[in-house]
Design a protein around this ligand. Structure first.
Ligand SMILES: [Zn+2]
Length: 179
């Protein structure tokens, strides 16, 4: 990764290069310092591996829910109201459901992720970040959260997770990377 500041027509432009690509270019500034500050801000936020554009997430293919016609909730259907406040039980109010291809990709993703990252509370290092019951913690930093040594938790590891997203998106047509 390389930073350059160039001057054109009295304005200063900061540019971040990774390998042979430009990954970020600032607007024109009146001083070189301002252009450089913009670049540093961008790096602080997007830092890490600059050699390759990294996905933020993975998305599985969905279609509009046929039961609620994408509304998620129907107030015009009195027969839906009593049990679910009108919320569609097929899509749980999302208005979308996974396609068959999306579902296959999601199942493959969960299996691969759990195989790579699942561990037990006893195996975690002190201070290591992990997922438990849908929330992210760091071991020892939440005194109220003490688990049994054999309790399954999932390590929070960005690089491993991103590698799995890429693998799944490459192998399954029901998945795509989110940048
Ligand atoms: Zn629905």
């Amino acid at each position: 990764m390389r930073i350059t500041v160039t001057t054109k027509n009295g304005k200063h432009y900061g540019t971040v290069h990774a390998a042979d690509r430009v990954v970020y270019a600032t607007p024109g500034y009146f001083t070189e310092g301002m252009a450089l500050a913009d670049v540093k801000c961008w790096l602080a936020f997007h830092g890490g591996n600059m050699e390759e554009r990294e996905p933020r997430s993975i998305r599985f293919e969905t279609v509009k829910c046929g039961r609620c016609e994408g509304m998620g909730r129907r107030t015009d259907r009195p027969d839906w109201a009593p049990n679910h406040k009108g919320i569609c039980y097929r899509c749980h109010g999302d208005g979308t459901v996974l396609t068959a291809a999306g579902y296959r990709a999601q199942q493959a993703y969960i299996a691969e992720r759990d195989a790579a990252l699942n561990t037990t509370w006893g195996e975690l290092e002190d201070g290591e970040a992990f997922w438990y019951d849908g929330k992210c913690y760091a071991k020892g930093q939440h005194p109220w959260l003490i688990l049994f040594d054999k309790t399954t938790v999932r390590r929070h590891n960005g690089p491993v997770c991103r590698a799995i997203w890429k693998d799944i998106a490459r192998r399954y047509k029901g998945a795509e990377l989110v940048y």
